[in-house]
Write a protein that binds this ligand. Structure first.
Ligand code: AHR
Length: 506
């Protein structure tokens, strides 16, 4: 990779608007051990009266996601939400086709929504448009959001929730472009169904916001065509289009993996171009939002697929153990999301516990942070206010999968009320890179902390103690002089710099 110095210029008035706090979301799916022995384990010593693990809740609070998507994922495309309400002892055990697991329905809509309320996170619900239809979707909105006096709202009240949950954000199905999806269909058919279901849902509650399924990945053969066709139908009904993407190191190609954030940039920019083309055709000035409602590092090539998994209660174990390198890439993906926060208004790292997750648990035992927890928690808790346009002057480096990409990526936020700036920088080079951050326009500038996470060759960090090695450490030798702060970024690293300024900004 290339060497050389890099400049980042920041100014309080050069921004793309306030970052929607919904950008810092996560995802709970009925998949593997995300729910059962993940967030929920009634026999666990730390379980609360509702059966949810207290040790996991503490880590979730520390991670501080603002939003959690539920209940899938592929799972939702065969799920009847009615199976998961009412007396627990009477709920059916169902065969879940997505993951070939047995769904015991001990946790359903009420249990999840109450857990989300206790954790102070906004719920984002998905409806089944695979085997389910318009009525199922509309009735779930009625169950959740109508105060009382109708069949489903009164059922909710009888089930122990007198007040409506007031769920604002709803996904119209999941990955309906994917041949693996139960009920997968073509763009036109999905576009018509999503429009009809969305209309009915908004007739139940006109204040909800709807997310249409976009492509499951940039590389889907129908990418672009899918978004245009769906939105030609659903334009007037939906508020967001979704994106999903998972990244991994392929065949030892570390440079391409380190450039995942650049690949995410391009994917987002392609989706923006595609949805804006629909707007132009419709003579609409509306700039549709994006819900990047599944993103992460996931070593998908190690997963043999649900079809090769024996049916049992917990389904396939997709419990990737992450390395420091993976954590650097996750930090870089967050940089990409922040840099597109004018269009990406919602994002969910997938998934919250055990399944490709920042938190791992042992059934009946401990819960701990994985390496990717650290950049997530740092970004979620410190990125505040406006997304600054970080003007980065950097050399590029060639990668096999993504062509030339910037050596350094950076994103920054500025809270005009407190004056705090949070700067996030990724060095994709295999060498140390000097980064000069120019911030004269801020006036006073005091670096409060600068912490760095550098990759190594050690591979996955198994267990709680090893994973702690990925906790960011102080970045040495940070100097501020003449309106410029110099960072010496170690090879393959991600850093978070918190700064106190006196700047307000327009
Ligand atoms: O997050 C795991 C799975 O990945 C989800 O169920 C699906 O939507 C995606 O393919």
């Amino acid at each position: 990779m290339a060497d050389g110095s890099v400049r980042i210029s920041l100014a309080p008035d050069d921004h793309r608007g306030v970052v929607d706090r919904r950008l810092f979301g996560s995802f709970v799916e009925h998949m593997g051990r995300c729910v059962y022995t993940g967030i929920y384990e009634p026999d666990h010593p730390t379980a609360d009266e509702a059966g949810f693990r207290g040790d996991v809740a503490e880590l979730v609070d520390e991670l501080a996601p603002t939003l959690v998507r539920y209940p899938g994922g592929n799972f939702v495309s065969g799920y009847d939400w009615r199976d998961g309400i009412g007396p627990v002892a009477e709920r059916p055990r169902r065969l879940d086709l997505a993951w070939r697991s047995i769904e015991t329905n001990q946790v359903g809509t009420d249990e999840f929504l109450r857990w989300a309320a206790r954790r102070g996170v906004e719920p984002m619900m998905a409806v089944n448009l695979g085997t389910g239809g318009i009525v199922d979707a509309a009735q779930l909105v009625e169950y959740c959001n109508i105060p009382e006096g109708t069949f489903w709202s009164d059922r909710r009240r009888r089930n122990g929730s007198p007040s409506p949950y007031d769920v604002r954000l709803w996904c119209l199905g999941n990955e309906m472009d994917g041949p693996w999806q139960t009920g997968h269909t073509d763009a036109q058919t999905y576009g018509e169904l999503a429009t009809a279901a969305g209309r009915a849902m908004k007739l139940v509650d006109p204040t909800i916001e709807l997310v249409a399924c976009g492509s499951s990945h940039h590389h889907m053969p129908t990418f672009g065509y899918w978004e245009s066709t769906v939105l030609e139908h659903a334009w007037d009904v939906v508020d967001y289009v979704s994106m999903h993407a998972y990244y991994q190191e392929h065949d030892g190609d570390r440079a391409s993996f380190l450039a995942s954030g650049a690949a995410m940039d391009r994917f987002i920019e392609d989706v923006v171009a595609t949805v804006d083309a629909v707007a132009a055709r419709k003579h609409s000035r509306r700039r549709l939002g994006i819900s990047f409602d599944e993103w992460n590092v996931w070593y998908q090539s190690r997963f043999a697929g649900p079809e090769n998994t024996a049916v049992d209660v917990s389904g396939p174990r997709i419990e990737d153990v992450y390395s420091k390198l993976d954590a650097v890439v996750v930090g870089d993906l967050l940089v990409s999301l922040l840099n597109h926060s004018d269009r990406v208004r919602v994002a969910c790292q997938a998934q919250l516990v055990n399944v490709i997750a920042p938190i791992l648990t042992e059934p009946g035992g401990a819960a701990w942070r994985q390496s990717i927890f650290f950049p997530m928690a740092t970004t979620f808790t410190t990125a505040r206010g406006r997304s600054l346009t970080a003007r980065v002057s950097t050399p590029e480096t060639g990668t096999a999968r993504h062509g030339d990409v910037p050596v350094v990526a950076a994103a920054a936020t500025h809270d005009p009320d407190s004056g705090q700036v949070a700067l996030f920088v990724t060095n994709r080079a295999t060498t140390e890179t000097r980064v000069d951050v120019e911030h004269r326009a801020f006036g006073s500038w005091t670096v409060r902390s600068a912490r760095v996470l550098a990759a190594d060759d050690k591979g996955p960090l198994e267990g709680a103690e090893a994973a702690e090695l990925a906790r960011p450490v102080e970045l040495p030798d940070v100097r501020t002089e003449d309106g410029t702060t110099t960072l010496r970024m170690p090879p393959e690293s991600w850093a978070a710099v918190l700064v106190d300024t006196t700047a307000g900004g327009a």
